[in-house]
Design a protein around this ligand. Structure first.
Ligand SMILES: [Fe+2]
Length: 174
């Protein structure tokens, strides 16, 4: 995705997830697309350090990162996970799966706080004190997030999709 379209998606998702509505499964797919886009942008930033940093993008992401993640996590934890737990045909280990996902959200939010500070610094034009450490931090974050999304997709999207198709459990909240 091109940079302007990626930033537009991040902004639009920030608005959407501040008060999510509609079909939760569609919203989850939007959450995953948004987070994967965010990962790609963070990867580009990591690749651009130290010489070719797009300061404006760093500043925008520094501002968006934590509130957007918190809103997406709240949506998943308050709306989606309870539905997964109640879905017919739920795997016996779903509770362990959801515990793991919640724990990863917690870890990601802690990490995102540090990352937002680093992005803010990059956005102000200050050369990173330790470019390697900043790059390492960025990579650690987006790699963990990609793994989380793959796991969530594998364990939840299929389950909720099957449940919606069977029509045994309403997924529409509104
Ligand atoms: Fe998640």
């Amino acid at each position: 995705m091109q940079q302007p379209a990626a930033l537009e998606l991040i902004d639009e998702s920030a608005r959407f997830f501040s008060a999510p509505d509609g079909d939760p499964l569609e919203a989850l797919e939007k959450a995953h697309l948004t987070q994967l886009t965010l990962c790609d942008m963070l990867e580009q930033i990591a690749d651009s350090i130290p010489g070719q940093i797009d300061r404006q993008t760093c500043a925008r992401l520094a501002e968006r990162l934590l509130p957007l993640l918190r809103d997406i996590h709240s949506f998943e934890e308050e709306i989606l996970y309870p539905q997964a737990l109640e879905s017919p045909g739920t795997a016996p280990d779903i509770e362990t799966t959801i515990m793991r996902l919640r724990f990863e959200h917690c870890e990601d939010e802690c990490f995102a706080e540090e990352l937002a500070d680093a992005l803010h610094e990059l956005g102000t034009g200050k050369a990173p004190g330790n470019p390697e450490a900043t790059g390492y931090m960025l990579r650690g974050f987006f790699e963990a997030m990609r793994r989380h999304i793959a796991f969530e997709h594998e364990h939840l999207v299929r389950l909720l999709r099957a449940s919606a198709t069977e029509g045994q459990h309403g997924l529409v909240t509104g």
